[in-house]
Design a protein around this ligand. Structure first.
Ligand SMILES: [Zn+2]
Length: 460
């Protein structure tokens, strides 16, 4: 690979004459383009294992033309947080996304987040400021689609197709196409329907992506969500001789073909990045941290329904999925009573109780706990949880409101992990890093000056 101008803005879009001792020669300044294809929740190890079993051939041949390293996800390691981090180049304390649902502590209410809650400029806005156009397909938490210099198809959650794309004629094109943003997870109990939705999601994604590839973009991002869905519902089947093993791998083959087709259609010289946002592991247990807090005597539920509105006055703490725990702080929560100077005591006791918690099989249930004030920095840091628990492998954390016990056998086959995601760059040997580092790395590949907001490192 050539290294012309990497990391500098010198090489422009016009022919440049260079005077040398041999005279003047001309060359066409290469237009820098970067295409990022992301496979939600795909562990690098899963791909390597599939390649060893001679699966995913189109991806395997591509894989050999670059270097792959491990990426660490965000805290917590879920798609909304990881993709808000990727989309802005700043961590959760900067963009204010800590889950799919956020709470309003004064009202003790909760709401589902949208693109409007991501409180930092997006990569495509930075690109526009530097005179570049982006085409963005299906990155989570980009709904509703806001105007941009380029084209955007929103990722999940995206309830109305008419607001899921920019410019508006692209939204009509999606409707015509019968575009499926995401398979309905409710169909996982009916696998034939689930796999047929996966097929439709990929087929419509393919047609729209290939159309957008013909637009004059500088940064192209295609996100594949179905891999996360496959892993949640059928990972164990895929890794063992499960009932839906063949269907699981057939869907992965379709993903590999889609990636290969998009790569084949890229303009010559495009820099290519493949990545995932978090790892995955088979699950054995589901742990409801609100049920755990109730057993500890720290939470009492009142009323009906779901969410912080159920937290009874006098409670000490409650949890939101996944692993986020909030104290009832004086002056912050409605009915909050814990004085700021006492919070540390409570959090230390809570950490100890969490770290000594065992699954019904006697294994540790929690791998690590973090204090929000230690891990979140930036203008939105105070929105984050007071404590974040990271589950042990095989355990999935929920903040439930059902009033049942803490542990139940996992209803899904796979759950997210902080480690195990991957970054692959064609013709490069990147260093291992974090999801937070990818935007700075993409900017280096684009040869653009790095936006000062970016918090990550360049990995090449
Ligand atoms: Zn997921």
């Amino acid at each position: 690979m050539t290294n012309w101008g990497r990391g500098s803005g010198f090489w422009g879009a016009h022919p440049i004459g260079i005077m040398t001792r041999y005279g003047v020669f001309m060359f066409q300044r290469r237009k820098k383009r970067v295409c990022v294809i992301s496979l939600d929740g795909v562990p690098g190890a899963l791909l390597r294992e599939a390649f060893r079993e001679e699966r995913l051939a189109p991806l395997r041949s591509l894989w050999q033309a670059g270097g792959a390293v491990e990426l660490t996800s965000t805290l917590p390691p879920i798609s909304s947080v990881a993709w808000a981090t990727y989309s802005t180049g700043v961590g959760p304390g900067g963009h204010g996304v800590f889950g799919f649902v956020e709470r309003n502590p004064q009202e003790m209410s909760q709401h589902i987040l949208t693109s409007r809650d991501v409180a930092a400029p997006k990569l495509w806005e930075h690109a526009a400021q530097q005179g570049k156009r982006a085409a963005v397909v299906n990155i989570p938490l980009t709904y509703p689609a806001d105007p941009l210099s380029g084209w955007l198809v929103a990722g999940f959650p995206a309830p109305e197709l008419s607001r899921a794309a920019y410019p508006p004629d692209l939204a009509s094109r999606l409707a015509q196409e019968g575009y499926l943003v995401d398979p309905d997870p409710g169909t996982a109990g009916e696998p034939p329907e689930f796999f047929s939705q996966i097929e439709r999601a990929l087929a419509t994604r393919r047609r729209v992506a290939l159309e957008l590839l013909r637009k004059p973009w500088d940064l192209f991002h295609l996100h594949i969500m179905v891999t996360d869905r496959l892993n949640h519902f059928f990972l164990s089947d895929g890794l063992t001789d499960g009932r839906w093993r063949e269907e699981f791998w057939a869907a992965y083959e379709a993903v590999a073909e889609l990636v290969a087709e998009v790569v084949a259609a890229l303009p010559p010289g495009t820099e290519l990045v493949l990545m995932s946002d978090h790892g995955f592991a088979p699950l054995r247990w589901e742990l409801d941290l609100n049920a755990f807090l109730r057993e500890l005597g720290w939470l009492e539920l009142s009323g009906e329904g779901e969410g912080p509105a159920r937290v009874a006055p006098g409670s000490t703490a409650y949890s939101l999925t996944p692993g986020r725990i909030y104290l009832l702080m004086q002056g912050r929560e409605r009915d909050g009573w814990i004085e700021p100077g006492r919070a540390r005591d409570y959090l230390e006791r809570l950490s100890e109780a969490l770290l000594s918690l065992s699954t019904p099989e006697g294994e540790p249930a929690i791998q690590r706990v973090f204090l929000g004030r230690d891990i979140y920095r930036g203008p939105k840091a105070e929105l984050g949880p007071d404590l974040l628990a990271l589950p042990a492998s095989g355990v999935e954390l929920r903040g439930g409101w059902s009033g049942e016990g803490p542990f139940r056998p996992a209803r899904r086959q796979g759950g997210h992990t902080l480690t195990g995601a991957f970054l692959w760059i064609r013709g490069e040997r990147p260093r291992a890093g974090e999801v937070l580092d990818v935007p700075a790395t993409v900017w280096a590949l684009l040869g653009l000056p790095r936006p000062p907001e970016f918090e990550g490192k360049v990995l090449i």
